[in-house]
Write a protein that binds this ligand. Structure first.
Ligand code: ZN
Length: 236
């Protein structure tokens, strides 16, 4: 097959917009293996469903789904601790948002690295962005540079794994535009932090996503709770 010489990449795919577009970038240059991590987040089941749909779309055979429920035990984030409310109708502008899961991306990168070493992948793709969620310290490129050094020190000498962050300098508008350009299945993604039946349209993640589509001049293909309520229907 003509693609046999392409390098193998492990893509961290949450099922959200950013990771879907990141996977689309990876597909441009690499054979891909998808890893998904359940970490006890509120919308865990819905995100897993989105992950599988995106993996089916890209006909990804190598898939890994792992559970690290201990992040829920550790808590400290509105995403994993149900006693902390997910903020609504406001985009956090200063400080580190309460939806930050402490050092989560280090856990994700570690899992991806272990698997990459086993299956001989040369790259790890992660859909982190410094722009919109600049309050998340583990989304900065400087953090991934440090992790790359740790990977180099902690894996077999012949292992050479690099972390790729193709959307790190993009805002949501650019992410949506890139996704559209690359033919990423944005209609299969799930971004809502709060609900699993219909996207709430009010949490940080929904608001940023909607803003990104609007600024890109495109319609978000997923349904929102507010759309249904506007039509006089009740949500399930
Ligand atoms: Zn939401």
């Amino acid at each position: 097959m003509e693609n046999n010489k392409r390098p193998l990449a492990v893509c961290l795919v949450s099922g959200g917009l950013d990771s879907c577009v990141t996977a689309a970038f990876a597909k441009e240059e690499c054979e891909v293996a998808f890893v998904h991590v359940n970490y006890g987040q509120r919308t865990q089941q819905r995100e897993l469903e989105a992950f599988n749909k995106i993996a089916d779309y890209y006909q990804v055979e190598k898939r890994l789904v792992v559970d690290i429920g201990y992040l829920k035990k550790i808590g400290g984030s509105a995403l994993t601790d149900t006693s902390i409310d997910v903020p609504q109708d406001t985009l956090s502008t200063n400080g580190i948002p309460i939806t930050y899961v402490p050092f989560r991306n280090a856990h994700l990168i570690s899992i991806a690295t272990s698997w990459a070493e086993v299956i001989g992948a040369q790259f790890i793709y992660i859909g982190a962005t410094e722009v919109d969620f600049s309050g998340y310290p583990d989304c900065r490129r400087s953090f991934f540079d440090a992790m790359e050094l740790a990977i180099h020190e902690g894996t077999r000498p012949e292992t050479n794994i690099k972390i790729r962050t193709p959307i790190i300098h993009m805002g949501k508008k650019e992410v949506v535009e890139a996704g559209a350009r690359l033919g990423a299945p944005l209609e299969l993604t799930w971004s809502c932090y709060k609900d699993e039946d219909l996207a709430c349209g009010r949490c940080d993640s929904c608001l940023l996503r909607l803003k990104g589509f609007k600024e890109a001049g495109l319609k978000d293909p997923i349904p929102y709770k507010a759309d249904k309520e506007n039509r006089g229907e009740t949500s399930i």
